[in-house]
Design a protein around this ligand. Sequence first.
Ligand code: ADP
Length: 484
Amino acid sequence: IALQGLSDPELLRRQALIGGKWVDAESGARIEVTDPATGAVLGTVPDVSAGQTGQAIAAAEAAFAQWRRTSPAERAKLLMAWHDLMIAATEDLAMILTLEQGKPLAEARGEIAYGASFIKWFAEEARRVEGGIIPAPMTDRRILATKEPVGVSAIITPWNFPNAMITRKVGPALAAGCTVVVKPSEFTPYSALALGVLAERAGIPAGVINIVTGMPAEIGAELTSSPVVRKLSFTGSTRVGSILMGQCAPTVKRLSLELGGNAPFIVFDDADLDAAVEGAIASKFRNGGQTCVCSNRILVQAGIHDAFVERLAERVSSMKVGSGMAADSDIGPMINGAAIDKINAHVQDALDHGASIAARAETPEGQYAAPMVLTGATGDMLLASEETFGPVAPVFRFDTEEEALLLANGTPFGLAAYFFTQDMQRAWRVGEALEFGMVGLNTGAVSMVESPFGGVKQSGLGREGARTGIDEYLETKAFHMAGL
Ligand code: ADP
């Protein structure tokens, strides 16, 4: 209903994209998409079957034969055209995103810019896929190492970044010469389908990008069991990532997995207090706390603890919670009821284990979680070992650097970590000791296209963005020329 405000209503597509055709489910089955701010049904999308997913895979396979042979310059040109259309459509894409996902419109605009940056970056990288010439052990031989696209790639993405998690994968896949079948989150399919409309307008050939909407398990089983699909790139929970990894084992697929985190945010006594508070706000409350790099545990050294908590509490208690469409909202609704239940369970468990509420922002009725600062957090609380994925900032007090590192690394996850100090020796020491794929010193933001994004331990496999991002979609071929 609110979507009538779009300047280009064609961007709101309610069909799946298979082999260049917009289609409904063969069965006619559809799933509803709701606005998390109001609970209103925004519309429906097809509930695509395993059989139709197979058609999408076949379409991607057919398109791959040609697409892999286009020149890198041609692929770069098409990707740039897609990028430019995304930028031109920012307002509409942001509105669709906010309506189905909930984040404040300003953050949604930011996500469109971030999402588009991956298409531009990999358009540029398409032309820099270089091989090598390796000295051979015999004189009549030359050895070449060349790079080839992996092949048909399955892309499964979450709801927290409905645009950027797709572009961060599809950008490098297409640049490398792969074709894709995308399965967006069932909570946020419209952002994905809008990208499909723009890709079509940019002139990206039919079958290069296929988008199947519907329930995850059936589509996922087809994508992972198909021997035609040579690669899976997944962003989502560690639980589902590990299931998919198992399902990919029989056909030995290449895997890129961006899974859950449990980010520590460490404030040492010698930190710049203003910078630390700003960093905590940026890293904890982005997208209402619903990102895998959001700080989950705020560890603060005893000497600065009270001052830090006081400042953080001030900021958090004045946060504005409300619909993402309202210009003054800092925090939108949570994605669904299950998210609210998990946040409430974490808070209740923390209070039961002795934590106290140092600040709590006013929060409207509905699918909203209250931004909160908890003090007295300890390792035996649920929020110490699980991602809360909401606007709750638990503060743990520590005394020594050694203790902070033990706490920070004491998790099976290793995605992002942040720490604040002005001591150069400590900066190196702690930066090197943190067992995480991304570490921010004196900053709460580490996601940008130039920087490799990814985790260690149970946070995943591979890196996205950066110069290495395209390698996830490339195979190296050793080509021996003998008898020379
Ligand atoms: P989140 O915690 O971000 O919701 P999920 O791991 O549940 O993460 O979901 C991430 C993506 O994985 C979504 O597109 C979702 O539909 C999909 N998904 C969930 N379960 C499965 C499954 N069994 N097979 C394939 N995809 C799945």
